[in-house]
Design a binder for this molecule. Structure first.
Ligand code: BG6
Length: 507
């Protein structure tokens, strides 16, 4: 348990048969259970429209835990104990009857516990169901106690600024803002949470964290997978909506925000929102100069063939949807005046790697004849969990010869604790009523404001500067051109034990 006393809790998952529930949510909740983080009395009510018995459904979930849990296969005794708390409701989200059945389960859970428990309603559903589910919860008063009842809404939160505002208004009429947990699983990643500790618990970096000492910052999330079975969703979304509007802009906020007055949800959310509202909004004419988009063609990743994006299942054959984005943003405030932030993400790239690179400026005064590589701090989010500082050192010998070396903090070498999955941290936060790592309505709107001019420009000119890149290669050349005035490369973490410590180019 993280600290707070937990009351009996009924966790309802809408979309119980979906991928998210199978791969992420149930393994996360099971791991919370075996780690003794859940309240002693809890119930897991899973709702979906396909027929299933409790027994079959539990077996289906067990398959997900065995395959995807960070702790490997479930322990038989623990699973048996856990699975007795799971029940399945077959029901259509569009019909009120489904929610009448849900009410019965919730009421009987409260009756067993002789008290009204905490209620968490997780929307693991397609966006079109968010409103109808919310409306039914509201009408049947299933989620009306502000202090005890919470909904968890997955991204995408709207598809543009207008729809996001509409959705916020809709939810705002039915629930208090404090009850709405807009989830961005990147914020639950251990390494991302550690950025707050790194920045605000170590005084040594704070004086350097500004335009005087930092040349530019790169935030890259490279994925080796293609869109796979998600073509239907992805083709109407694209990398800008799928990754930049949420995950990468959230990372930007954490890297660049001001120090909050306290480690307290609203203070942190205020600081992040203020930062997001300071990101410069591009005029239409500036978009193509500052944002590069690409789409993958057929190729090989890890020796496996990947079809061209346009040939992926449920993707239109003439699709202009971007599977790659690299963008340069500026933050118009005193701290970051003139410092470019490069955000890059793409699918079907040679390897999965998520890295934040803080490039410091060159020393203004040079006393050595060697070329000096300016300091660089790399925060690796995944798959390596690592923070690494690059600095110059004298090569042993009789000459004054310099070489860049790195100082590394590697999680696995420093901690024996196993690293919780993002969803474990976030679900526990919701149960505890801690919204620190969740997005507030105003922050989501501010993020949409940043991407709207880009979406509009691409809509107006669907094929202009749409760069194609072969699956399994690092991004279109135009993305490298974007960073060129500032850096030779997009950076990734040095591979351990390689002789050459200078960081290699990636994207
Ligand atoms: C999701 C996106 O939000 O994040 C996916 O919809 C993407 O397209 C995924 O693959 C990446 O998450 P992670 O945790 O695997 O980096």
């Amino acid at each position: 348990m993280k600290g707070k006393k937990l009351y009996p809790a009924a966790i309802t998952i809408f979309g119980a048969k979906g991928d998210l529930t199978h791969r992420k949510l149930i393994p996360a909740i099971y791991n919370l259970f075996i780690g003794n983080h859940l309240p002693s009395s809890f119930s897991l009510i899973c709702v979906d429209f396909l027929p299933d018995s409790d027994e079959e459904f539990r077996n289906y979930l067990l398959g997900g835990v065995n395959e995807f849990s960070r702790n490997g296969k479930a322990d038989e005794m623990k699973w048996n104990e856990f699975s007795t708390r799971i029940c399945y409701i077959q029901g259509d989200f569009l019909k009120l009857d489904t929610f009448v059945s849900l009410r019965k389960k919730l009421d009987s859970f409260d009756k067993e516990n002789k008290q009204r428990g905490t209620r968490l309603f997780y929307y693991a559903v397609a966006p079109r169901f968010i409103e109808v589910i919310s409306d039914s919860l509201y009408k049947l008063k299933l989620c009306h106690q502000e202090k005890k009842d919470r909904i968890v809404v997955e991204k995408p939160f709207g598809t543009d600024l207008d729809s996001s505002k509409r959705l916020n208004r809709f939810l705002g009429k039915r629930f208090a803002e404090a009850q709405i947990y807009r989830i961005d699983h990147y914020l639950g990643k251990e390494t991302v949470q550690n950025i707050l500790a790194f920045r605000f618990a170590n005084y040594v970096f704070e004086p350097l964290w500004n335009h005087k000492y930092i040349d530019h910052i790169q935030i890259s999330v490279a994925e080796s997978v293609g869109v796979g079975k998600r073509g239907g969703y992805y083709d109407s979304s694209g990398a800008l909506r799928d990754m930049i509007q949420n995950h990468l802009l959230q990372l930007l906020c954490i890297v660049a925000m001001e120090c909050p007055d306290a480690y307290q949800a609203e203070m942190i959310r205020n600081a992040k929102t203020r930062l997001m509202q300071s990101v410069r909004i591009y005029k239409p004419a500036e978009v193509f100069k500052n944002v590069v988009r690409g789409q993958y063609t057929a190729g090989m990743v890890d020796d496996k063939p990947i079809p061209a994006y346009r040939n992926e299942d449920q993707v239109s054959s003439g699709s202009t949807t971007e599977t790659f984005v690299a963008a340069k943003f500026f933050i118009d405030n005193k701290r970051w005046k003139g410092v470019p932030f490069f955000l890059g993400t793409g699918k079907a790239l040679p390897k999965q790697t998520s890295v934040i690179a803080v490039q410091f400026k060159e020393s203004p005064h040079k006393i050595f004849k060697d070329d000096i590589v300016p300091n660089r701090l790399i925060i690796s989010i995944q798959p390596e969990l690592e923070i690494c500082l690059l600095f110059e050192s004298k090569v042993p010998g009789l000459e004054m010869k310099l070489q860049a070396v790195d100082m590394d903090f590697i999680y696995q070498e420093n901690y024996t604790e196993s690293i919780p999955e993002a969803y474990e941290a976030l679900i526990l936060d919701v149960l505890e009523g801690d919204a620190t790592l969740f997005m507030r309505a105003d922050q989501v709107d501010a993020a949409w404001k940043v991407v709207m001019p880009i979406l509009n420009a691409w809509k107006k000119f669907p094929t202009r500067q749409l760069h194609f890149y072969e699956a399994g290669t690092w991004a279109p050349a135009a993305a490298r051109e974007l960073v060129k005035p500032y850096a030779k490369h997009w950076f990734q973490l040095p591979v351990k034990n390689k002789v050459q410590p200078i960081l290699k180019d990636s994207l």
